[in-house]
Design a binder for this molecule. Sequence first.
Ligand SMILES: Cc1cc2nc3c(=O)[nH]c(=O)nc-3n(C[C@H](O)[C@H](O)[C@H](O)COP(=O)(O)O)c2cc1C
Length: 325
Amino acid sequence: MIRFIEDPEEKRKISRGILESLTEWFEVEESREQYIRESADQPFWAYIGDDGYDGFLCLKQTGKETMELSVMGVRKECHRKGVGRSLFAAAKDYASMHGYEFIQVKTVRTGMYEDYDITNAFYRSLGFRELEVLPDYWDESNPCQIYIMSLKSAINTIATRHSYRGRFTSEAVPEEDLITIAKAGIDAPSGCNKQTTDVVIVNDPEVLGRIKEVLDPPVASTAPAMIVVLTRMIYAYRDRCFAVQDYSAAIENMLLAIVELGYQSCWYEGHITDEDRICDKIASVLNVPDEYDVVCILPVGKAAEGFHAPSKRPLSERVRFNSWS
Ligand SMILES: Cc1cc2nc3c(=O)[nH]c(=O)nc-3n(C[C@H](O)[C@H](O)[C@H](O)COP(=O)(O)O)c2cc1C
């Protein structure tokens, strides 16, 4: 289990316990003590196993858009059991959610020591890419390899998107960001290019307030902006209408754009299209023409609370090569 640790004393205790057991990597007492000291002020995740703390990871900000994986330690007996991977996934989610674009990590270059070769292979397997080697950053027998990871790649954004149903900060969403999000929606593919999806961006507090009034039970009540998704029936050919697929593709594109820009959202469709037809009330607030249906609302704003990824069935249960069996 991963836990975000906030108490500085507990952080120092955990990092000391683990780093002192990893002398192959943290042999020099002075730098080990520095890692322990600095860990107390950094975002800090611990992995709790059956017998106590199996590992920890800290991040530190090194630039406006960049976080560094400043130190990570996993007990040797817990290597290759997914502890480091889980810690990194939590840290990556945190960095993405806080709008950072890059994570960097420094280690001793491959080809110097066997233990560090394992570390290099681990970072590469997480998706880090080589940025640069600085031969004199530490000393000439420990050339510093800097790895970098972009948090804004499509694949990373997909992995870090989760439905957010918490409170939003009051920070307004700039109009250009709302337009970028809407454009991502209308850039989506559509069956026979019939472009059956339209959107209404709502950022006027008065209009937003009238929509929130009809959301019963209330959702997104603190969202500073909202994208309302509209669809209309246009036949692609014969009796085939792909409007549902079209708006689903548009919604997913917009959710990804929202996350990439540092905001959070949730696909609210079930809530507004049930028997009480909240969607029709929203359509009336927005003067939507009769040929369109309101099918979904996407709140947009900065998260004021933390959140977790829901559990999903593992890849091995859901993905197969070449045949079902
Ligand atoms: C078609 C559709 C309708 C949804 N409607 C709602 C909704 O009305 N309310 C809600 O809280 N979440 C809604 N969701 C979000 C799902 O509950 C959510 O995607 C799912 O639990 C998986 O979590 P994740 O988005 O964090 O991966 C909807 C999602 C889809 C695809």
